[in-house]
Design a binder for this molecule. Structure first.
Ligand code: PEP
Ligand code: MN
Length: 338
């Protein structure tokens, strides 16, 4: 940590701050310039609430220079994490992985038709919600476990993996036989009890960025899972809420290289939730692959306009085919495969 004192700070104030830092277990290195004193603190600053130093008399500003997350930080695994699944699928490797399927599982016909087309186009994961976090309690809430049974059958029939959202701790156990990867939705990114419990599970977790979460908060949330011993965590940029209303969310493409720099965890881009608009999905998916995303997650449906949830941001299967061709070209252009 770095504490910059005000120009007019007195010797007494500086000593008081040094004492407070030492009391907190931090070693202090003092530099006195012509007009200002800087105190550099080394020690267990990750667990400290630095704002309390900012309030001490004579302090101008306090900066954190080491990251507050230990296990999610790039230095923990400089070579990067590769999350491995059945069928030889690896997320975080040279090959960009595609995860596609409806927002919600609706019936057997829908999920089987989608699975066939996702596989034929080169996708690896079938996505679909059985437990849905809907803004309105009157909207379709999902089929629950019977929906997951259908999706597992459809995925197995086509050699695909299953990704589905878990909303609460009690759903983890019953979902285990049906999913290859748990999704934690944006609304649950800071459901710390759920995250801790998923840290105990030995199955990968895809953690979505919260609607108004900073990248640091996303990484701190991943730390809850990692610190339980589950190292198979995949992060997901799915758009954040800003003042812009032209799109449902603002797809933060820059989060992809930022996460790559700060963390060793793979990052997935979800341009469906990121934009909320069918016509914006392909451009943002292309941009995400160009920016270094390890996987792309998109909502697709045989009858997209009639989807039970998120219809406006769901691709028709033909549009998905076209997008896959485009993503393949971009992946190659940035030294990857798809
Ligand atoms: C979803 O994937 O359908 C979903 C609800 O996503 P998010 O949590 O990003 O809104
Ligand atoms: Mn959705």
């Amino acid at each position: 940590m770095i504490v910059a004192m005000q120009e007019q700070a007195t010797e007494e104030q500086i000593d008081f701050v040094i004492d407070a830092m030492v009391d907190a277990g931090v070693g202090v290195h003092r530099t006195t310039g012509a007009s200002q004193t800087i105190l550099a603190g080394v020690g267990p600053t990750a667990s400290l609430d630095l704002s309390k130093f900012e309030l001490l008399p004579g302090v101008l500003r306090v900066h954190r220079i080491s990251s507050p997350y230990k296990l999610a930080g790039r230095s923990f695994r400089p070579e990067g994490t590769v999350v491995e699944f059945a069928h030889g699928v690896k997320v975080g490797s040279e090959r960009v992985v595609v995860m596609a399927g409806p927002c919600s599982i609706e019936d057997r016909e829908q999920i089987f038709e989608t699975a066939a087309r996702v596989k034929a186009a080169g996708g690896s994961f079938l996505r679909g919600g059985a437990f849905k976090p809907r803004s309105s309690p009157y909207a379709f809430q999902g089929l629950g476990i019977p929906g997951l049974e259908m999706m597992r059958d459809a995925a197995d029939a086509h050699g695909l993996l299953v990704l589905s959202e878990v909303m609460e701790i009690s759903q983890i156990e019953p979902m285990l036989p049906f999913v290859d990867c748990f999704q934690v939705g944006a609304r649950n990114m800071q459901n710390f009890n759920l995250l801790r419990e998923l840290g105990q599970v030995r199955k990968p977790v895809l953690l979505k960025r919260g609607i108004a979460a900073t990248i640091e908060e996303l990484l701190l949330s991943s730390e809850y899972i990692l610190s339980g011993g589950n190292y198979d965590v995949i992060l997901c940029e799915r758009g954040i809420r800003t003042y812009e209303t032209a799109t449902r969310n603002t797809m933060d493409i820059s989060a992809i290289p930022v996460v790559k720099k700060l963390s060793h965890l793979p990052i997935v881009a979800d341009p469906s939730h990121g934009t909320g608009r069918r016509d914006m999905i392909a451009p943002m998916a292309r941009a995400a692959v160009a920016a270094g995303a390890d996987a792309v997650l998109v909502e697709v449906h045989p009858n997209a306009d009639k989807a039970a949830s998120d219809a406006a941001q769901t691709l028709y299967l033909d549009q998905f085919d076209k997008l896959m061709g485009e993503l393949r070209i971009i992946a190659t252009a940035v030294g990857r495969t798809l």
